[in-house]
Design a protein around this ligand. Structure first.
Ligand code: NAD
Length: 536
């Protein structure tokens, strides 16, 4: 939805006002520890180094920073290097197959999100970090490196084999999303993690985003009323030649170094290795790469319940190789869809599947619909989620800003996009939105009007917490102070993304089965005879 700058400002101020009121208790606790209301609301981890530690309740690290290696220093690995918290994590080595990306790990690429180790840590400390041409040589050197943990940011088809090799070597693993290429691989990872007695976490960073946590708190407190619909999207316009970030030009040095040598690492050739997102063998398409983030966010807002069913349409509607089609169409032999549209049914709080109320208070019709689209031919609405409730609407844009609007109310209490609001506590301690006559920014809002670029997307906090759990030997799950996105949580995200791929592929509505989410069961959507019949 397109909003004017004024409406955006009103929405942001409404959000901050609501967070300030709803979280007063937590705020006081934080203020006691020296955090300002402003840093709390904005999640400004850059300005306040250990905001996450205070906010999410983990301590400053006890003991030495965890000796960590990065495997895969491409686009995402380089972002994580830039965001890594040196007080918690001591990077002792990096490994990458591509010479250009080994170089980028140290020198960055001119992008402020990928500054490189030298700028991040200083030339002298960075010079002590060892570099390896592949993960096997790195693992072989684990003793001399004193290695304790790895961060894995490689193509999807290598998540499972690398995680398992590292865990079998006794290393804790923080892997990038999606957890794995299929659900059988996810289950193998969880089983191996238990056997190896190490920690395994997945980098779905919204679990560590203060912004999302604040937004979710408003949802949990019931401020939006009844939620029946969430609309999420990630739209881009890659229709101009050379704009597609999924098939960037391959540097000559990588081509020369790796030609004929990629098969042993799981890639047919250098192109498949570098453009791995385009191919079924190496990637999982738009749902794995982009949709998994939005479905993760939507399911956080719905209390992390498992979905009931999914259906959708996906197609290669833009790119192709047959030389005909729209005038902007580009030649491209990708296997994955370039446009996807899916609809999920989730249980609402009173649905029997949510398990929140006794049977007598359940209602099969309490369904929340989540729609998701990802397209390549229009970028007017980039990415985010909109939660539509009976009392209000919450929008989260680009992991950077959240807006809140109140519904129009009968009896002269206006709502809508231009309406400032304040939040009051009702008789039973519940919170409701009301409108204010004054056009002056409300108390909380007045402190949150400066630049947004300092908002942490959660990467730093995710790495801090991973190291904290290692040092405290905390193997608990997310409900007991443990990793907020452990194997089970991440597998549920993978099941949503990969089952929606099956729904699009087989053109059918698929109902999710409890056993898919059970790591001890061998059942998976990809091998379910009701979905794939005798194809599997
Ligand atoms: N959390 C997020 O928001 C987010 C954003 C982007 C990407 N990702 C994820 O990060 C992962 C990496 O994505 P990317 O964009 O950085 O890809 P990329 O292609 O830019 O980088 C991957 C790197 O892994 C290296 N690699 C592959 N196999 C290796 C091996 N055996 N040993 C050492 N290095 C190896 C490649 O040489 C390459 O440099 C993917 O799983 C992706 O989904 C997450």
């Amino acid at each position: 939805m397109q909003l004017s700058d004024e409406q955006k400002q009103v929405g942001k101020e409404n959000f901050n006002e609501a967070v300030g009121t709803v979280r007063d208790e937590k705020m006081t606790d934080l203020e006691r520890q020296g955090f300002t209301r402003r840093s709390f609301i904005k999640g400004a981890a850059a300005a306040v180094p250990s905001l996450g530690a205070v906010y999410f309740g983990y301590e400053k690290l006890k003991g030495d920073p965890v000796r960590t290696a990065f495997i895969g220093t491409g686009d995402e690995g380089s972002i994580l290097i830039t965001q890594h918290p040196p007080d918690y994590m001591n990077i002792v080595a990096i490994a990458d197959l591509r010479p250009s990306n080994r170089e980028r790990a140290f020198h960055g690429d001119g992008n402020e999100h990928r500054v490189g180790l030298i700028k991040k840590l200083g030339a002298e400390p960075a010079s002590k970090i060892q570099r390896f041409d592949n993960h096997k040589d790195l693992i072989a050197a684990k003793e001399e490196l004193g290695l304790e943990a790895v961060v894995i940011a490689v193509p999807l088809n290598q998540h499972m084999p690398l995680a398992i090799e590292c865990m079998q070597a006794g290393l804790h693993v923080l892997s990038e999303k999606l957890m794995a290429h299929n659900i059988d691989e996810c289950k193998q990872i969880i089983r191996e993690q238990k056997k190896a007695g190490v920690l395994y976490a997945v980098g779905h960073q919204r679990h560590y985003s203060v912004l999302y946590d604040n937004a979710n708190e408003l949802v949990k407190q019931g401020l939006l009323g009844d939620i029946k619909f969430i609309r999420a999207q990630w739209h881009r316009n890659n229709s101009w030649p050379g704009r597609d970030s999924w098939r960037k030009p391959i540097p000559k040095e990588d081509m020369e170094a790796l030609k004929g040598k990629t098969k042993e690492w799981g890639y047919e050739d250098v192109e498949q290795m570098c453009h791995w997102r385009l191919f079924d063998k190496t990637g999982g398409g738009l749902m794995a790469e982009l949709g998994s983030h939005q479905l993760d966010a939507s399911s956080i807002f719905l209390g992390k319940v498992h979905p009931i069913a999914v259906q959708g349409y996906g197609g290669r509607n833009f790119y192709g190789t047959n030389g005909v089609g729209s005038k902007d169409k580009q030649e491209d032999h990708r296997e994955v869809d370039d446009h996807v549209y899916v609809t999920f049914e989730f249980p609402g709080p009173h649905h029997p599947k949510s398990g929140k109320f006794p049977e007598s208070e359940t209602d099969e019709n309490d369904i929340v619909i989540v729609t998701y689209s990802s397209i390549n031919t229009n970028g007017l609405e980039p990415y985010g989620e909109t939660v539509f409730g009976s009392r209000g609407t919450l929008m989260v844009h680009l992991e950077q800003e959240a807006l809140l609007f109140k519904e129009n109310q009968p009896g002269g209490k206006p709502g809508g996009l231009d309406q400032r609001l304040y939040v009051i506590k009702g008789k039973g301690g519940d919170v409701v939105m009301d409108t204010t006559e004054s056009l002056a920014p409300a108390t909380q809002a007045a402190v949150a009007g400066d630049t947004m670029q300092k908002i942490s997307r959660g990467y730093t906090e995710e790495m801090e917490h991973f190291c904290h759990c290692i040092r405290t030997e905390n193997f608990n799950g997310p409900n007991d102070g443990g990793l907020r996105c452990n194997g089970e949580v991440a597998m549920a995200d993978a099941i949503m993304a990969l089952t929606s791929n099956l729904a699009m592929k087989y053109h059918r509505r698929i109902e999710f089965k409890d056993e898919w989410f059970d790591p001890d069961s061998d059942a998976t959507p990809e091998t379910d005879p009701e979905i794939v019949g005798d194809i599997a």
